[in-house]
Ligand binder design. Structure first.
Ligand code: SME
Length: 149
């Protein structure tokens, strides 16, 4: 089934209401987002832990690599540029980091706090080619802004 972003956003806002702990919020979003759509085979956060360095945060799915510098991978590109990365074919993305050989497409969004600082990226992998579109990018960005912004 394909996610109903209106319903997902309402559910996340209700569950996250009043919570300020970033790890608790990331764990909740990883769970709710991951289970909302069969396209999502890995869903998780990489946190900014030092200048130019990401470390894995809460996630759902198989083993994810622990550390990603800003100059590596799709996650590094999202962190470095501050732009959402919509990748229809991971094999065509220079420097893609394959945590699972089954991954075919990916979306990675920057996560900003209320002060406009980059605190993490949200990474969703799919075993389906070209699984993500502009609607996913816009709806997920809205949810991230509502929770972390
Ligand atoms: N594919 C990501 C790495 C994270 S694993 O997919 C969970 C990247 O290229 O940055």
């Amino acid at each position: 089934m394909r996610v109903d972003y209106t319903e997902l956003g309402q559910r996340i806002r209700a569950v996250a209401e009043g919570e300020t702990d970033e790890v608790a919020l990331m764990a909740t979003l990883a769970c709710e987002i991951h289970h909302s759509d069969e396209r999502f085979d890995w869903t998780g956060f990489y946190r900014v832990v030092a200048p130019e360095l990401l470390k894995i945060g809460p996630y759902q799915g198989g083993h994810g690599c622990l550390t990603i510098p800003f100059d590596k991978g799709v996650c590094g590109a999202a962190a470095r540029t501050g732009e959402t990365q919509l990748v229809p074919d991971v094999d065509a993305f220079p420097g893609h980091i394959a945590c699972a050989s089954s991954t075919r497409s990916e979306i990675v969004l920057p996560v900003w706090n209320g002060s406009g600082e980059l605190i993490a990226v949200l990474d969703i992998d799919s075993d389906q080619p070209d699984a993500f579109d502009a609607q996913d990018a816009e709806a997920l960005a809205d949810i991230l802004k509502a929770v972390f912004g």
